[in-house]
Design a protein around this ligand. Structure first.
Ligand code: FEO
Length: 399
């Protein structure tokens, strides 16, 4: 439980911190997360979003520190994924199931599917405005950012945007606002974008263009995870604009796994070759790094080399895991190369190249295969592969 945080006049953050969660459907979140929910009080009391079901009592307790939860007049559900909708049954039961529940059309369908109940759904869409007491709320559907039901709620008088998952971060701590935590929050926001929203970057670009046209003059952004952007909301909007453009950076990433250290030696040689061309590089062993950390680095890299030994005519299981995850998030504008050792069949490089093709990454070299253990000349070929990759990246980035 935490003391509700007042974020504006008669507006409170009443959500919960999940200090213990580490796995968010495959994304490693070492600092836990928050499920933010917001209570607007006044002539009418409105709850915007809820929290994961196992935190329902904590949410009610937080609300109770401000008003009797039974006095909530309406609920707005910006997003129906269970980390935000899971407490809706308990909240609706408490406040009265006839109270209006505002959501998108898809939101109403999802809530029916999730809870097998008909609430008093008030379906809203982009451009709709609702006045509740002395407060006005308008809505902007943000379909597939990141679910079909997702929407933003905007309070035009207060110039506050409730942005659901967008602009969030998986961070649980003792800071609640951007000005309290400063730039420390940006790696969390970047990892969140890479692992949740990168796939939808064209939609993010379109949304940012729509929001710019609307001239909203946003004073504060309240996402459903992490800190609230009250001092400088344009900082996260600018970052989203940059990340969603997917411009390649002048840095490379070497991802690998190894059976008997042969592919490790190859990976180190590829890395040295990249460095020799004055291109920044990071070497990531898939046994040492979580897929979501690798994904975050992929987002910023212009070039990616992947190394895998051949195992049972295929690539290594952990490499397959990481590539499946990366592929789903659709990073674009990468150049790529493959390498790996093998004993007798040697399919890994071919399979990796096929993965690159499917991701529409530009293959700059057919790759390097080495039988069993690389000798000096094999390692030179790997070094040269790194040089080729780095040169291709520099050429791509040259004006
Ligand atoms: Fe934080 Fe899409 O849920």
């Amino acid at each position: 439980m935490f003391k509700p945080i007042q974020i504006a006049d008669k507006l409170y953050s009443v959500g919960c911190r999940d200090w213990d969660i580490r796995d968010f459907h495959g994304y490693y979140i070492p600092e836990g997360t928050t499920y933010n929910a917001f209570l607007v009080t006044g002539e009418k009391n409105i709850l915007i979003d809820t929290v994961k079901s196992n935190f329902s009592d904590e949410l009610l307790s937080n609300i109770n520190r401000i008003i009797d939860p039974k006095k909530i007049d309406a609920v707005i559900s910006n997003h129906t994924e269970m980390d935000h909708s899971g407490s809706i049954p308990k909240i609706m039961h408490k406040i009265g199931e006839d109270k209006p529940l505002y959501c998108s059309k898809m939101g109403a369908q999802n809530l029916k599917s999730h809870f097998n109940r008909e609430y008093n759904f008030q379906v809203v869409g982009s451009g709709d405005t609702v006045t509740l007491g002395n407060r006005t709320f308008s809505f902007l559907e943000t379909r597939m950012l990141h679910w079909p039901d997702s929407m933003f709620t905007w309070m035009p008088d207060e110039k506050i945007l409730f942005s659901s998952d967008a602009f969030g971060q998986h961070y649980a701590g003792d800071k609640f606002f951007d000005d309290e935590i400063g730039d420390e929050i940006m790696p969390h926001a970047r990892k969140y974008y890479a692992n949740i929203l990168l796939h939808f970057s064209p939609r993010v670009q379109a949304l940012l263009a729509d929001v710019a046209k609307m001239n909203l003059d946003i004073r504060m952004i309240c996402p459903d995870h992490g800190i609230i952007w009250r001092k400088n909301p344009s900082k996260i909007i600018t970052a989203y604009d940059r990340w969603s453009r997917q411009q390649p950076g002048k840095k490379a990433l070497v991802i690998f796994d190894s059976m008997w250290e042969s592919t490790t030696k190859m990976a180190r040689a590829v890395t040295s070759g990249i460095e020799s061309e004055d291109v920044g590089v990071r070497l990531m062993n898939t046994r040492k790094w979580h897929r979501s950390d690798i994904m975050t680095e992929v987002m910023g890299a212009g070039a990616v080399a992947v190394g895998s030994p051949t195992l049972n005519n295929g690539i290594f299981p952990v490499i397959a895991d990481v590539l499946t995850y990366i592929k789903g998030l659709r990073p674009q504008n990468k150049i790529a190369a493959a390498f790996g050792s093998y004993g007798w069949s040697g399919e890994a490089v071919k399979i990796l190249n096929k993965e690159f093709e499917e991701m529409k990454w530009q293959i700059v070299d057919g790759g390097v295969k080495v039988v069993y253990v690389p000798d000096e000349s094999d390692l030179e070929r790997c070094f040269d592969l790194g040089v080729t990759l780095a040169k291709a990246l520099k050429e791509k980035l040259s004006p």
